[in-house]
Design a protein around this ligand. Sequence first.
Ligand SMILES: C[S@@+](CC[C@H](N)C(=O)[O-])C[C@H]1O[C@@H](n2cnc3c(N)ncnc32)[C@H](O)[C@@H]1O
Length: 251
Amino acid sequence: MRATINPFFAERVAIPSTATPTKPRRDPTQWAKLPLAPVNGSPVPHLTSLYHSAEAGNYGSRSYPGNCGGNLIKDLIRFYGARSVFDPMTGSGTCRDVCKEIGVYCYSSDLHEGKDACEGQQFPRACFEFAWAHPPYWRQKLYTTDPRCLSRSPTLEDFLARYRLLIQNLAGAVVPGGKVAILMGDYSDREAGYVPLVYWTKHLAFQYGLRQCATDIIRFSHGASSSRKTYRSSFIPGLHDVCVIFERTDP
Ligand SMILES: C[S@@+](CC[C@H](N)C(=O)[O-])C[C@H]1O[C@@H](n2cnc3c(N)ncnc32)[C@H](O)[C@@H]1O
C-alpha cells in the first residue's frame, strides 16, 4: 500500500476511501501527499504526528473488536526508551505481545479477566515507566456485559466519571516523569450527538495534573469496519483516532 520514500519529496500514503454511497465505489486506495518531517534526533524517525502505517503487525488478534495495530505502541515504547509498561485494558493482548517481542516488562489485564482498570488500588503503584490505554470510545462497540465496562456506561456523565478514574489509575501507576499514552476517538450517535472524547481525555487528564508532552498523534483508521459500511445519512466521516501522550510531572 505504501509508496517508496524519496528523501526529496514528501511521502505518499494510502488513505481509506470516502466514496459516496450513491456512486459506485472507487478504487479504495487514494494517495495523499504528506508533509516532510524534519530530521531530528528521534530514535524512531518515522514516528510523527501522522501515523499512517497500514501494517497492524502480528500482535493481539485482528478479530477482537476494537483491536489496534501494535506498531504505534512499539514506536512509542522505543521513542521513550521505556523498560516497563502498564496495560490495564489489554483487549486481545496487542500491547502485551509488542512488549514480549521487544523484551520489555508488561503488566497486562482487562475487565474480561476480572480486573477493573478504574479501581487503582488493585494495581501496582508508581512503578512503571510507560502506561498504554486504548479504552472503549464510550458505546461505539460493546465489549463485555459487566456493568463496570466503560462501553456499558448508560450516559456520557457516567462514562466520564469512570474515565476519570481510569486516568487517575494510569497516572498513579507510572513513576514521576513516566508517560501515559491514551488512544481515543470521538464518537457520535443520534441520541448523544457528536461527543468529542479526545477533548474530554485531555480535560480529565489536565484536571488530574498530567501534562501533555508531545504532539497529538493522528492515527489513520486503516481497516476500520465502519469504512466498509454504507449509510443513508450525510456526515463527514472520521477516518482517524488520536493518541495523546501525557507526562506525570509531580515529584
Ligand atoms: C478498544 S478495546 C482494546 C483493544 C486492544 N487495544 C486490542 O488491540 O486488542 C477496549 C478494552 O477495554 C476493556 N474494558 C472496558 N472497560 C474496562 C474496565 N472498566 N476495566 C478494564 N478493562 C475494560 C474491554 O474489555 C476491551 O477489551
